[in-house]
Design a protein around this ligand. Structure first.
Ligand SMILES: Cc1cc2nc3c(=O)[nH]c(=O)nc-3n(C[C@H](O)[C@H](O)[C@H](O)COP(=O)(O)OP(=O)(O)OC[C@H]3O[C@@H](n4cnc5c(N)ncnc54)[C@H](O)[C@@H]3O)c2cc1C
Length: 455
């Protein structure tokens, strides 16, 4: 297995580390890995899998760790249209998969917001989409998967076969080994067009109730808020309700693969601007423009691709506008009963600071928290803002607020989360650690994320 030294950077711009990279082109690398660690100390052979490297955190690399790039493993292995099931290699991108499935009137129900993200990168952190309240997190669409670990070989995992290891791997941040392939459950779609309705929100305290009302009639929902306004209008915005349209004629026939391939978004190019474009003035103007579209309560049609992976070109610029210094995302699930307390705390924390909030957005969540999976009942609230000293202080204040509100932060989105905060907000933190150490006592798979969180 060929290994090259490489400097890695996290997508949020926070973490630069020297490690190693291997880009295997065939499965001989599994034999190389099986042979190597038996003879050497685990410290020297720390490994971690890498998908598109689009995680905000350093989840797919670490200091002196060898990242194994799965880009070459992007084939469709089998497809059963009748039973709505597809088996793919873990390095396949969501864009490529979408392109194939849409021709058959099928899609993956749970997807994050960028077509370059890989299936392995979805399963390992157990990502969510805009329909979590209905379809849960990624684990729900995994029928089974093949996992490789040098000490155990290739193991088949599913809710029935090795169920504990299945749960540890779907939401295990790549720490149980390399996911080689996944069998995924698919959903039928009536067409590849959606109807989107915008419902204005005058008062952010009404958000949980309004999200619930929307959930009864929509296939996917999220909200947008302006957190840069002070006073009674703080947090006003709109809910975006999406609904698939039955029998709609398929919209403009974009070549999804081409569209996805053209996207340059990656951790290196994201920070290409030396200074940020976002500041209090530019963000206030951007929000005023964006927020105005929600006031009308308008409805429009959108292709499914653009609903799942919204405004691609704008998004590329959005992330670039944070400049080299990068950005924070604070995303957390807050129990509905404590949402008012959380928002009051956020309002108070922001009032003291002159920090532009470039995004404030919520989704409705349902489910039971388990191990280190980002799931549970409540409101999933996310905020983006530029990095800097004020932002660091805000993040610490939000950590304290979250613990008081009995919420949980999103581990894959926050590069500076500490072991203490994760242990305080995830009741099964110790259990996850114990299971991981039982499965892999040498702890061969590591990343900056796992080291920071004491896993
Ligand atoms: C524009 C954008 C929008 C996003 N929207 C959402 C969203 O709506 N919801 C959400 O939940 N997240 C969202 N995210 C976060 C994103 O879904 C995750 O960070 C995802 O893990 C990135 O996938 P990747 O292919 O880049 O994986 P990487 O960043 O390379 O890796 C992520 C993790 O997966 C592990 N991994 C990757 N491949 C394998 C494998 N084959 N075997 C074992 N482990 C593996 C890595 O070790 C690492 O721990 C978004 C990110 C971006 C940039």
């Amino acid at each position: 297995m060929q290994v090259q030294p490489r400097q890695f950077i996290s997508f949020d711009g926070s973490t630069r580390l020297k490690g190693f990279e291997s880009k295997p082109e065939n499965y001989r690398y599994l034999k190389d890995l099986s042979d190597a660690p038996k003879n050497v100390d685990a410290q020297q052979t720390a490994l971690i899998s890498r998908g598109a490297g689009l995680s905000y955190t350093a989840a797919s690399f670490g200091e002196d760790v060898c990242s194994i790039d799965h880009a070459q493993f992007d084939r469709i292995l089998s497809f059963d249209k009748e039973n709505k099931c597809i088996e793919v290699e873990a390095g396949i991108s969501l864009g490529k998969l979408y392109d194939f499935l849409i021709e058959h009137g099928l899609f993956l129900a749970t997807q994050p917001g960028h077509p370059r993200i890989t299936v392995g990168g979805c399963v390992a952190p157990d990502i969510h989409g805009k329909n979590q309240f209905m379809d849960g997190t990624c684990i729900n669409q995994v029928e089974s998967l093949k996992l490789f670990h040098p000490s155990h070989g290739i193991i088949e995992l599913s809710p029935e076969q090795n169920p504990e290891l299945f749960r540890l791997t779907c939401g295990g941040y790549g720490l149980t080994g390399n996911i080689i392939s996944c069998k995924l459950k698919l959903k039928s779609i009536p067409s590849d067009m959606a109807n989107v309705t915008l419902r204005p929100i005058a008062c952010i305290e009404d958000l949980p109730k309004m999200l619930r009302e929307s959930a009864d009639k929509a296939d996917f929902i999220f909200s947008w808020h302006d957190f840069n306004i002070r006073g009674k209008d703080f947090g006003k915005g709109f809910i975006q309700e999406g609904r698939f349209i039955a029998n709609a004629s398929i919209g403009e026939k974009t070549s999804i693969r081409k569209k996805a391939a053209e996207q340059s978004l990656n951790a290196e190019t994201r920070g290409s601007l030396p200074f940020p474009i976002f500041n209090s003035i530019s963000v206030a103007a951007m929000n005023a423009l964006y927020g105005a579209k929600g006031n009308s309560g308008s409805s429009f049609q959108l292709s499914l691709f653009d609903s799942i992976f919204p405004i691609q070109n704008v998004k590329e610029l959005y992330f670039k506008f944070f400049g080299a210094a990068g950005f924070h995302e604070y995303q957390a699930i807050i129990p509905e009963s404590n949402f008012g307390q959380y928002i009051e705390g956020v309002r108070h924390a922001l009032q003291k600071r002159n920090l532009p909030i470039t995004l404030a957005s919520a989704k409705l969540f349902a489910g039971k928290q388990d191990l280190l999976r980002f799931t549970g009942d409540g409101i999933c609230f996310a905020m983006n803002f530029p990095r800097g000293q004020e932002a660091d202080e805000l993040m610490k204040e939000l950590d304290r607020l979250l613990v008081n509100c009995k919420g949980a932060p999103n581990i894959i989105k926050d590069s500076r989360l500490s072991k203490e905060i994760v242990a305080a907000t995830y009741p099964e933190y110790e259990h996850f650690r114990t299971l991981l150490h039982q499965f892999d006592p040498k702890r061969i798979y590591r990343s900056e994320l796992s080291e920071r969180l004491g896993l």
